[in-house]
Write a protein that binds this ligand. Structure first.
Ligand SMILES: Nc1ncnc2c1ncn2[C@@H]1O[C@H](COP(=O)(O)OP(=O)(O)OP(=O)(O)O)[C@@H](O)[C@H]1O
Ligand SMILES: [Mg+2]
Length: 459
């Protein structure tokens, strides 16, 4: 999967290319002008740029020049409606990969794009999410993590993955295992906090029959099951002091002894641990063994919270829209630009997991095929309004706001309905929720007011 940026001031062209290229299996981001495109390129990884030449503001040629200055290897394909030999000469001189004139046929553009991608694929050394199925992200932070995964995976080094809850630590652990030399053996996740302390030792190292009440058979421990593979010790910060000591011994001696047994058995297990606690603090507080920490964190990987890599939000949203449209058998493939704005302004205390839940709920609730702000539930945050279509300027003026994009996406009726809804809520707020007075204020009949309140489900 390649990351393609399409820049064109004409919406139909952007949509056309997006559909065409998405069908070919690429990830496509579009912007309506060169300035926005350059901004996007600053923070994101991209394998190919396709840009119109004639655009208001920065022209395609100016964009090409800027791109070539920053990233000379990034292929740029130029499109223009006015096939002018002059433009073509200029474009090639500045280093465009190729030049296509509108109207072009689909096969032609497909073949030009395929060869550009081939060239770019052959030359890129930086990691993309391609080798990491299921991990979405093109931000600098994520590219760094992809690089780290690639470097550490083939080694036997223990890895400690840390970061807030919901940032994707388990996905990183799985990716390391998949790219490791033991990828064909087991990956055994062990959630340290989920196992009661008194059972932990037997879960990890097994027990022999009769070693304690209830031990009616010999039992294999998870370490033995993971032998020659990877053990993923999740929430390692929750491990009790006694088990910490036993685990340290396993890491040092590379052998285990089942509860009640007296024979040590050699094991060869790659350990990946994860925690959302700050282990250094746990160490200072005397709750975590420092020597164990150093054994586990031979290679530490920090997964940053989503708010530190907001540029991944649009890609993640697209990914989850597809996922939940499929799962819930719906066709919600888009999100309104206001709804996206709301998300971009949100902090995501629950990180990617929270974003995933928000989109899942949004898809479930949505009756059209585009997610609207009112179907986003962001606990404790400034939710949708004023991202509806009315802004209260606070000095007695209400201003209708809508972007061109929103208007043509939703259509006039939906935009007007949104406004009506917001004006009605505003009037209700002003009158302390007296329907009678609110109807008066709006100069409509009480009956029609009541009808609208019901229709829009206004509380
Ligand atoms: N980069 C990503 N791309 C796609 N999905 C992601 C990404 N990061 C996280 N997710 C999804 O978010 C959810 C949480 O991810 P994961 O379980 O790996 O987080 P975690 O860091 O282990 O969280 P916790 O500390 O709560 O265990 C999962 O459903 C996962 O698939
Ligand atoms: Mg986890």
């Amino acid at each position: 999967m390649f990351q393609i940026l399409v820049i064109d001031d004409e919406r139909s062209m952007r949509d056309f290319l997006k559909i065409l290229l998405t069908k070919e299996g690429h990830q496509v981001v579009t912007t309506a002008n060169g300035e926005k495109g350059l901004e996007y390129l600053q923070d994101n990884r991209c394998d190919l740029v396709i840009t119109d030449i004639r655009m208001p503001g920065m022209s395609g040629l100016e964009l090409l020049e800027a791109v070539k200055e920053e990233t000379p290897d990034l292929p740029v394909i130029m499109i223009t409606a006015f096939a002018s030999p002059n433009d073509a000469v200029q474009a090639m001189k500045y280093g465009a990969f190729d030049y296509i004139s509108k109207p072009f046929n689909v096969d032609e553009i497909k073949s030009v794009i395929a060869s550009a991608i081939k060239q770019s694929g052959g030359e890129t050394s930086e990691s993309t999410s391609d080798s990491f199925p299921g991990i979405i992200g093109q931000s600098r932070e994520m590219v760094k993590i992809f690089d780290m995964i690639k470097r550490v995976a083939p080694t036997p080094a223990n890895v400690l993955i840390y970061g807030e809850s919901g940032t994707g630590k388990e996905l990183v652990a799985q990716a390391i295992h998949r790219l490791s030399k033991v990828a064909n053996n087991h990956f055994i996740p062990i959630t340290c906090s989920a196992i009661p302390e008194e059972l932990m030792e037997s879960e990890l190292f097994g027990h022999v029959k009769g070693s304690f009440t209830g031990a009616i058979n010999d039992k294999l421990g998870l370490f033995e099951v993971a032998n020659n593979g990877t053990a993923f010790l999740d929430e390692i910060g929750e491990l009790s002091p006694i088990i910490q000591t036993k685990l340290l011994r396993v890491l040092q001696e590379r052998e285990i002894k089942p509860v009640g047994g007296n024979i040590f058995q050699k094991i060869n297990v790659r350990i990946i641990a994860a925690t959302n606690r700050v282990l250094e603090d746990e160490i200072s507080a005397g709750r975590f063994r420092e020597d164990l920490f150093y054994r586990l964190a031979v290679v530490p990987i920090r997964v940053p919270p989503l708010r530190e890599r907001k540029s991944d939000v649009p890609l993640l949203v697209q990914h989850f829209l597809e996922k939940y449209s499929n799962l819930l058998d719906k066709e919600v493939h888009e999100i309104s630009s206001y709804a996206m704005q709301v998300l971009m302004n949100y902090d995501f205390p629950g990180n990617v997991r929270e974003l995933e839940n928000i989109i899942e709920r949004g898809v479930a609730l949505e009756s059209s095929n585009i997610i609207l702000p009112e179907n986003l539930t962001l606990p404790g945050a400034k939710v949708a309004p004023p991202s509806g279509n009315v802004e209260d300027t606070g000095n007695g003026t209400l201003r209708a706001i809508t972007s061109e994009e929103e208007l043509y996406h939703l259509g006039l009726e939906k935009v007007l309905a949104n406004m009506e809804k917001l004006f009605i809520s505003h009037a209700l707020d002003k009158t302390n929720h007296s329907k009678m007075r609110a109807a008066d204020l709006l100069k409509i009949s009480f009956r029609s007011f009541r009808y609208k309140v019901k229709k829009y489900d206004i509380q």
